[in-house]
Design a binder for this molecule. Sequence first.
Ligand code: SF4
Ligand code: FES
Length: 283
Amino acid sequence: MITIYINDQPLTVEPEITVLKAARDNNIHIPTLCHHPALKPSGSCKMCAVAVEKVAVDPAIVLVSFSKMEVRKVEKIVGDRTIMLSCILRVKPGMRLWTEGEEVRQARIKALLKLIAMAPMSDRLRCLAKKEGINLPPAPDGCIRCRLCIRVCKEIIGKEALRMEKLDGRQLVVPDPDRCIGCGTCANICPTQAITVQEDGGIRSVSIRGSVFGRHPLMRCQGCGKYYATEKQIRLMEERTAPHPQVKEHHNYCANCAKLFSNRLMVLEKQPPKQQTNNNKRQ
Ligand code: SF4
Ligand code: FES
């Protein structure tokens, strides 16, 4: 066993373990993100920074033992501190390090800001930033406020199931689940996939910012039997097309089957009526 000093507290620890393990074994907190006890350390996140007292090899006190053919370097304490990664750094006898303090805080903030630039929506990173006293702007939600979804739902679908609303100091697209018919037009028109549609087990779910605001049962196509539209969507189509003078009856066909049947109908309509032969006439 060897003695090290963490935050000026002497600790007896196993030799060759990492500073992080030594700290954790003694209930001293060091934040980490890329560390996993089952994996080799990679030093990627840099969140585990600690301040370590610098030591230097003094050439005047390098011991050489010719009899044992060994060269042993003797390190002397310089006194300054340097920032090192505790997940990689291994303990040495007499090592002095600090897990808190301004230089450690600055190193963690620097690391955290780089990580947040890569994953600005991460709740975990934002929580760590808050603990370090970093004021971050609201997390991006993938929406560029183009309002295409709001406009299409109002101008084309006529449902007004989406609106812009100020929440927590910023403008957000807010859905009205009672008005949503699950047509998915907003998701189709959204240039950033901030609104998404998923179909599973005959149910279509529409989501924004990762939370579902509409679950709609799907109807099967009368032609091919596949799920193709929500019940509310079909009712809306029926209402819209009912006043058209050429609509005689409604069929629940998906787009493929509707095209197929209307093509066949057009071919049949274009065919000249069959000439009656003499044989036919006699019958
Ligand atoms: S959700 Fe999509 S379509 Fe709607 S405003 Fe945001 S980016 Fe535009
Ligand atoms: S835990 Fe990520 S660098 Fe040490």
